[in-house]
Write a protein that binds this ligand. Structure first.
Ligand SMILES: Nc1ncnc2c1ncn2[C@@H]1O[C@H](COP(=O)(O)OP(=O)(O)O)[C@@H](O)[C@H]1O
Ligand SMILES: [Mg+2]
Length: 134
């Protein structure tokens, strides 16, 4: 496992970091950890841009799953327990596209170990600490 810490000082920095991740891999699972407002969805928007997706992913309010061309975006904030339907979708999709999951905690023990984990910590209004385990 490879651990890397990056300080982002702007949304643009966060998008640049997402671009670097996409440059390395366009399939597989990315788990995003961090409190509300940490910057998970902002990072996902950077992934989408880097993948050439025209739509801008939003924090899904009541949607757990959003499917784009080349990316599946999950937000399990409101999930109360593991969902095996989503798990099956994730396992199929991750060989073909990038699967990115906000609030992966509820599903973590069912997900393949082969995944990128990114922890995002709030530093101040414009700065965030990204810890990447790849
Ligand atoms: N360096 C940064 N990286 C990412 N987001 C940032 C940064 N600085 C400020 N922000 C702001 O923080 C907020 C993060 O919100 P969001 O990405 O929806 O968080 P989450 O999905 O983790 O709840 C956005 O309003 C974004 O503009
Ligand atoms: Mg979010």
């Amino acid at each position: 496992m490879n651990k890397k810490t990056v300080i982002s000082r702007s949304v643009e920095d966060t998008h640049e970091l997402a671009r670097e991740v996409v440059a390395r891999q366009k399939t597989g699972i990315i788990c995003l950890f961090g409190d509300l407002g940490a910057g998970k969805t902002t990072f996902v928007q950077g992934l989408a841009k880097a993948l050439g997706i025209a739509d801008e992913p939003q924090s899904p309010t009541f949607a757990y799953q959003r499917i784009y061309d080349g990316m599946y975006h999950y937000d399990f904030y409101r999930l109360s327990g593991p969902d095996y339907g989503f798990l099956e979708d994730i396992l199929h999709a991750c060989t073909e596209v990038l699967v990115v999951i906000e609030w992966p905690e509820r599903m973590l023990k069912y997900l393949p170990n082969e995944r990128i984990e990114i922890m995002i910590e709030y530093i101040d209004e414009h700065s965030r600490k990204f810890i990447l385990n790849t």
